[in-house]
Ligand binder design. Structure first.
Ligand code: ZN
Length: 130
């Protein structure tokens, strides 16, 4: 099953932890794995700190310094920086489900990472028991 997500900025991290947690709850799986998959080449997914919003702001800023929007790229679409950042974050992440809940650390959240927005995007959540 997939979720639609509307990003609102060129580069943006959106906390999707609650959406994934809701899927886990609906599945009634007590022990297993939740996989979040992003089927895009200029967006990704990562797990990082969700307590202080400055952390994801700093991550975007640091990625931008290393891979600037306008750089020495050949790709005709002009969005190579977004392709690179998407691959760095990755297109999927897995979280253990324990006692019916995502086994995330106290400060961890799951982020959808937009690098070429704003756009209509989607991500899949697959829950496996075991
Ligand atoms: Zn491209």
């Amino acid at each position: 099953m997939y979720h639609r997500i509307q990003t609102t900025k060129p580069q943006q991290f959106i906390n999707i932890t609650n959406m994934v947690a809701d899927e886990v709850k609906k599945s009634n799986v007590r022990d297993g794995i939740a996989v979040v998959y992003v089927p895009h080449t200029t967006a990704g997914v990562t797990i990082n700190e969700s307590a202080d919003p400055d952390v994801v702001r700093d991550m975007i800023s640091a990625l931008d310094k290393t891979y600037p929007v306008h750089g020495d790229y050949l790709h005709f679409e002009g969005n190579s920086h977004a392709h690179i950042k998407a691959s760095l974050m990755g297109s999927s992440c897995s979280v253990i489900i324990q006692d019916g809940k995502l086994l995330l650390g106290t400060w961890q959240g799951i982020y959808f990472c937009e690098f070429d927005g704003p756009r209509n995007r989607k991500f899949y959540v697959k829950i496996m028991e075991g």
